[in-house]
Ligand binder design. Sequence first.
Ligand SMILES: Cc1cc2nc3c(=O)[nH]c(=O)nc-3n(C[C@H](O)[C@H](O)[C@H](O)COP(=O)(O)OP(=O)(O)OC[C@H]3O[C@@H](n4cnc5c(N)ncnc54)[C@H](O)[C@@H]3O)c2cc1C
Length: 313
Amino acid sequence: MTEPDVEAPERVARPAVAELDEILGLPLRVLDDGFVRVVDYLGSDAAIVQAARVSYGAGTRQLQEDRGLLRYLMRHRHSTPFEMCELKLHVRVPMDCWRQWIRHRTANVNEYSTRYSVAIDAMYHTSADNWRLQANHNRQGSAGVLDAAAGETLSRRELELQQQAREVYQERLAHGVARELARKDLPLSTYTEAYWKIDLHNLLHFLALRLDGHAQQEIRSYAQTIGHEIVRRWCPLTWEAFVDYRLHRLELTRRDLEVVRAFHAGGKAAAIVRAQEVELLPPAGTTSYPRNRERDELEQKLTLLGLPVPWRE
Ligand SMILES: Cc1cc2nc3c(=O)[nH]c(=O)nc-3n(C[C@H](O)[C@H](O)[C@H](O)COP(=O)(O)OP(=O)(O)OC[C@H]3O[C@@H](n4cnc5c(N)ncnc54)[C@H](O)[C@@H]3O)c2cc1C
């Protein structure tokens, strides 16, 4: 009997990415005393393509170059192939920033224990020229900075507060108070450290949220380091597709589209009428425009599209 003519699958080598290997283990500085360090990684652009081709079958191989396939996957949110890649980071982050970071539930985390060990003796300092002011229109945001003289005072006062908090903490420890209790008055500026492992799909979700202008500047700094320094080296084709199709995409809602279509069909007057009909503008005859967040967002989109804001001109 003859053997069936079945081709044995090729042996596939473990993916290695030389560009990422160059920075493996190196702490990449963030803020004044924080860092992000790549501990390990699994996969590469090639691993994503390899996984995707299993689902699409060999027949499509000739149709798509790796780059084209990755870009297709990203555009169409075919996300599971991106889960084939994993990144393990060692991070050092101020606790208030970590509190935002830890909300991303799809990572595996092991954090430094201040019950078990003495709290890290480092706190995030705000420099005199970086005391951001409360934004008027965004209750969660900041805009502009405090003048330098007032900033000097606040930075000096911050240092005094942080030093005192540390001294009180050390005093409690010296009296034998348990670390789990002694820590309770340490400020949120105290640095913590963690191992953080996440797959690329969920990492990109984290980056999309935390690179956004609405995210707080401190966590954005970490996201920038992870995105631009790490993911760009690790999976350059995926990073490029992510920048094109996620970071810089513009999403139009049904109401947005109706206003844009009306503008193209009948100019500003028609766009205003449609905006009133879809309740983005108050009814005709109303003289004031009470704030409407959805309309603010549409105005930003129109500006990005190079179109006038009909009710503002
Ligand atoms: C600018 C900004 C402002 C924010 N403000 C606030 C705030 O004021 N208050 C506040 O509490 N939080 C706030 N957050 C945190 C935010 O609500 C999310 O908790 C955080 O961004 C994590 O997002 P996620 O749940 O999508 O991510 P992940 O936890 O990483 O989850 C990724 C995705 O997995 C899925 N998923 C994960 N777990 C579940 C689950 N249990 N059930 C269903 N689906 C799941 C979801 O699709 C989710 O999008 C803010 C976040 C940002 C970026």
